[in-house]
Design a protein around this ligand. Sequence first.
Ligand code: ATP
Length: 232
Amino acid sequence: MTAAPPVQVQGLTKRYGETLAVDGVDLIVRPGEVYGFLGPNGAGKTTTLRILTGLIAPTSGRVEVLGGSPGQAQVLARTGSMIESPAFYPYLSGLDNLRLLAEYAEVPRTRVREVLELVDLAGRAKDRFSTYSLGMKQRLGVAAALLKDPELVILDEPTNGLDPAGMRDMRRLIRELGSEGRTVVLSSHLLGEVQQVCDRVGIINGGRMVAEHDVEELRGQQELVIRARPLE
Ligand code: ATP
């Protein structure tokens, strides 16, 4: 039996006043794949991911996540996301920040240690958040997203602003999430990055999905020509 796609989107549209941020996007993400949205600034990636996590409502279109609507309690319980830069208490340790979140989410405390191991922060768990590098802060954000052991992980530009070492660690982590069988949906504006971490890539520009590729088809390509379409 084939498992149902964790994400199914048809004709997704989002308007902000005059701006058509997402324009008729169709998307199916398969179970266990790492799916990347690739596109330039303003393409509509964040808006699409915010809709998938239930943070904002679409203007129109059909969106099904893990068999339900985004934002439904039973969907949220099985989804982990990092959409904005995660907010943590700077003077608390990474460990204590996660313990607070675990308590709030009614997750057993033992899970905190597990996720810190997963994101390779166990060695710095007792250090204050304010002493972490940006890459470590972002990985703590992923750790928070993993607390509920989610089937679906949604990450908006998880390597944005990171130095090369931070990028390398984050990409390795994302590949691990995929190899654990989780479905991952992420956004990026770097072709090289999606080539490294994704199984499939949707290219989005001007709010429209302009192409979709298995990552194998993109091997060896140095750049993709994305024709800019002015937003309406
Ligand atoms: P970036 O990498 O810069 O975040 P993106 O691909 O994630 O780009 P979005 O943030 O989804 O793109 O933005 C798509 C379009 O919608 C842009 O033109 C943006 O200015 C506009 N937009 C996004 N959020 C809002 C908002 N809250 N109000 C008005 N316009 C918005």
